[in-house]
Design a protein. Structure first.
Length: 558
């Protein structure tokens, strides 16, 4: 057997029987006869090659050439379907991506590739294994060979579709593109609330500049009222600031750097409309160190806005406490260095775009390559990075600057620039939704609905459902009609992304039912979901929640 096949097959010890107590019969000659018998039943025959401790069968089956490898002391036969596809070396990224995706979804069969340096090509192979037993060798071998043909077809179909998509894209790195898409879908998944206990708001805010107290409270709590007093405690030290402008500019993180590992910073900010001192509100802030790395020092911050009791006639006061808990970070890197790195990246992207070298750009470069205003490019670049890192509160500031500037020139944009503007709008809506600023989130996300993009639509539906908007059920029902499986070709089936989107809509519909107390309708849908891998966990959780709600519901007195 050549070194090529030895490298693919390798060596393998025997495998015990199902009880794990004794070896299966692995006599080489007996298994060879079983394979010959099975191939004869399948209208094929093998040409055998003898090795020192193994034998190799070459045979043809249904226009495909296969190799079957038998080791001594191993009841399993390893089957190879070689050279199912060949492509150019330039497509290595695509091949690796499709192989990873196929093997993640496969069971016994694996798709592998080898590099043919002489021809500068990549060869694709399908590898599997079968247990050689007298009572089922024909059925098992037939089924295995059939599945290997199926994996050949599936690989070619996925690869060609991905190659066509990559040829029309500016970047030929599908793993990175799919990684960013997966990241965004993961963030969207976190916004899909269920009726189990929901954790604290996951917001990180490593600032590019000092974390000004005014900007923090405006972004996280929506505070716009004048500040009348700041009282700050760090251990036994107390700091009092009475000037409103000084409170707005107060650098909270600079004080936080004075904390020890187990110490707390505590502060109370008084918010008082200048003409209505009796309408004062207090914001209590606590901050505790949570470790650090080479890039940043991290802190856990909790903000609690509690309005004081006021006469009911004061209509502009918010009612009820508002609490937000999130992570902030003190960035150790130099701000000037970060700005210089961005400026270099942006100018390089602009030049590459002029030369038609878009395929060589990173996703960040593609986002800003057509923007001639350095400030706008910087805002978009910074906002995108913070968004993907779940730094939603801080991301709002640069994204809002970019949105306001680009909105004025929107009518003069070409389609690619409009796509950049839509991305900024989507990220803004998402960030506000994460901070539970649902009115602001809906303002941005509603602009995107005519585009019919899945990630934009998912976030809009999340915004409506999580805020209890009365429009949520009608919107979900309409989207379910537009994604009905009957609209798609029976042979092609429903595309995977559409099916995932439809499952999301069904889960949101159940969530709405439960919020409205329609437990029977919700339970009927959840029972169907129990047998669906993508929905099963959700169904179990929500059925348990419904049962708990019904147990806790007070019974009427006779």
């Amino acid at each position: 057997m050549s070194n090529f096949w030895k490298n693919i097959f390798g060596q393998q010890d025997y495998i015990p029987d199902a009880n794990g107590t004794e070896e299966l019969s692995v006599d080489r000659q007996s298994r060879k006869q079983l394979v010959d018998m099975a191939l004869h039943a399948l209208n094929s025959s093998a040409k055998w090659e003898e090795e020192e401790k193994s034998i190799l069968a070459n045979f043809d089956y249904q226009n495909g050439h296969f190799q079957l490898h038998l080791d001594d002391n191993n009841p399993y036969a390893r089957v190879l379907f070689p050279f199912v596809y060949t492509t150019e070396m330039d497509n290595l990224q695509l091949v690796r991506h499709v192989c990873n995706e196929s093997n993640a979804n496969g069971d016994n069969e694996k798709v592998i590739y080898t590099i043919n340096g002489a021809n500068n090509e990549i060869d694709i192979h399908v590898l599997s294994s079968v247990l050689i037993l007298p009572n089922n060798v024909v059925q098992v071998l037939s089924r295995t060979l059939g599945r290997m043909f199926g994996w050949q077809s599936a690989f070619v179909r996925k690869f060609e579709r991905l190659r066509q998509r990559s040829e029309g894209d500016k970047a030929r790195d599908p793993e990175r593109l799919d990684g960013e898409w997966s990241r965004e879908m993961s963030l969207l998944k976190e916004m899909e609330l269920s009726h189990q206990p929901v954790g604290e708001l996951r917001t990180a805010m490593p600032p590019r500049e000092p974390l000004r107290l005014g900007e923090l409270l405006r972004t996280v709590l929506g505070v716009e009222k004048p500040f009348s007093r700041l009282t700050l405690w760090i251990g036994s030290e107390q700091v009092v600031v009475d000037d409103s402008d000084s409170i707005v500019r107060f650098d909270l993180m600079a004080k936080a750097r004075e904390l020890g590992r187990n110490e707390y910073l505590a502060a109370v900010v008084q918010l008082s409309p200048l003409e209505h001192e009796e309408c004062r509100e207090d914001v209590a802030i606590t901050l505790k160190a949570e470790g650090e790395d080479e890039q940043a020092a991290y802190y856990r911050m909790t903000c609690n806005k509690i309005p004081n009791e006021t006469p009911a006639s004061v209509g502009y006061m918010e009612t009820g406490p508002v609490v937000r808990s999130f992570v902030v970070a003190f960035d150790k890197t130099d701000g000037k260095q970060r700005n210089d790195e961005f400026r270099y990246m942006w100018k390089e992207a602009v030049e590459m775009h002029k030369k038609g070298e878009d395929e060589q750009m990173t996703p960040e470069q593609r986002l800003v390559c057509e923007i001639m205003d350095e400030n706008v490019a910087g805002f978009i670049y910074r906002g995108k990075r913070l968004f993907l890192q779940k730094r939603f509160a801080e991301a709002i500031v640069p994204l809002e600057h970019a949105f306001r500037t680009m909105q004025r020139d929107f009518d003069s944009f070409k389609s690619s620039m409009k796509d950049v503007f839509f991305e900024v709008t989507y990220h803004l809506g998402f960030c506000h939704c994460e901070l539970r600023h649902f009115a602001q989130a809906a303002y941005y996300l509603e602009m995107l609905m005519p585009l019919h993009r899945i990630n934009y639509t998912i976030e809009y539906v999340n915004c409506l459902c999580n805020s209890g908007d009365m429009r949520a059920e009608n919107v979900v029902d309409e989207l379910l009609i537009h994604t009905d499986p009957d609209r798609y070709d029976e042979e092609e089936g429903v595309p995977q992304q559409i099916q995932g989107f439809r499952n999301f809509l069904r889960r949101r519909k159940v969530y709405i039912y439960i919020e409205k107390g329609k437990f029977e309708a919700a339970r009927s849908n959840l029972r169907e979901m129990l047998n669906e891998p993508e929905n099963a966990d959700f169904a179990i959780q929500e059925l348990a929640y419904i049962a708990q709600q019904e147990r806790d519901k007070p019974h009427p007195q006779p």
